[in-house]
Design a protein around this ligand. Structure first.
Ligand SMILES: [Zn+2]
Length: 336
């Protein structure tokens, strides 16, 4: 490495000749790296001009590190990029470091919990004329580009390539529905998605779930998409259950806990309908993931009296592989 000129950050800056459009959610280091490549300038030199900080080393890849900038360093990045600060800040995913003078940056090493960082899909990259590697914080809860119907590659798999989801249109349809659900149920959708993800993830591990029709669907999809992450394969069913939970947040005790709610049998009947389960009887199997969820210890207090008084007619209908006709909402049952 060549000796660093101390005080490059004191120089006046002007826009670099080649302007580089930032990707939505792009990490700062990824953007700086692309800016340097487009202008045939080293990342290290650009960093020296941004502010004070530890130098760039060859082992600092965009899939291992990001930059934290203070406000003065960010202002200098905006000068280099040719974009005003506010629009640039809105588009990039900016990490802040300590305030005050002088302009400064620090390195942020990713932790294993930062699993929402992905490479942009190859079609998005082509649209932005991206030649170099880039890293973005994904906007959706799963690694999917809905615009192009492709999977996104997580930062932890730098050599993997994104894949088309068009062989499984049900995944794309579910994700489009989920986009609408997120707009309509902002308060509950994230909690609902987490609960639904836990159930479908548990499904693949349970003995009863592995032989169920739903698991067969997942196996068939995995044959069509052999290298796609299992949470993407499971996503239509995860989103079906998310919709159920988001519409009935009393099951998750958000945002308010009513004094009464549905019986576990009513819940299972709704779940069978949302999943379009051809064999609802299987939901009653001991060890089935949904039945196990209804027996969880952190269920609301009103659940337990209901759990001990199963609705026999619904139970009989499910047992005979029929989904009983239910009201779309069990809301009338709530309250005193
Ligand atoms: Zn895309």
């Amino acid at each position: 490495m060549w000796p660093r000129a101390d005080g490059d950050w004191k120089c006046d800056l002007r826009r670099l000749p080649v302007q580089v459009r930032p990707l939505p959610g792009e990490l700062v280091f990824s953007y700086l790296h692309r800016l340097g490549r487009a202008n045939r300038t080293g990342t290290s030199l650009l960093l020296d001009h941004l502010g004070k900080g530890a130098p760039w080393m060859i082992d600092k890849h965009i899939h291992s590190y990001d930059l934290e900038l203070n406000e003065h360093a960010f202002f200098r990045l905006s000068l280099l990029s040719g974009y005003y600060e506010d629009p640039l800040r809105r588009v990039l995913h900016v990490r802040r470091t300590r305030k005050g003078w002088p302009p400064a940056y620090a390195w942020h090493r990713f932790t294993h919990t930062e699993n929402d960082l992905v490479r942009p899909c190859s079609h998005c990259a082509a649209r932005y004329d991206i030649q170099a590697l880039a890293m973005v914080k994904r906007a959706s809860l799963l690694p999917v580009c809905l615009r192009h119907g492709r999977t996104l590659v997580p930062r932890t798999e730098p050599r993997a390539v994104d894949q088309s989801l068009h062989p499984t249109p049900e995944i794309l349809t579910a994700w489009r529905r989920f986009t609408i659900l997120r707009r309509r149920r902002r308060d509950t959708v994230t909690t609902a998605f987490e609960a639904a993800s836990t159930i479908t993830s548990d499904w693949t591990r349970s003995k009863s779930g592995r032989t169920d029709h739903i698991a067969e669907r997942w196996r068939a999809r995995a044959v069509l998409l052999p290298t796609v992450a299992s949470d993407v394969i499971r996503s239509p069913e995860t989103i079906a259950l998310t919709t159920l939970f988001a519409r009935h947040p009393e099951l998750l005790r958000v945002p308010r806990m009513p004094s009464r709610g549905p019986t576990p049998m009513v819940f299972l009947a709704h779940a069978a309908r949302y999943l379009d389960h051809p064999e609802p009887r299987r939901l009653l199997d001991q060890g089935s993931p949904l039945l196990r969820w209804t027996q969880g210890t952190d269920m609301p207090a009103w659940w337990w009296p209901n759990a001990h008084e199963p609705d026999r007619s619904i139970y009989s209908a499910l047992k005979s592989n029929t989904i009983p006709v239910l009201h779309r909402s069990w809301a009338p049952r709530l309250g005193n």
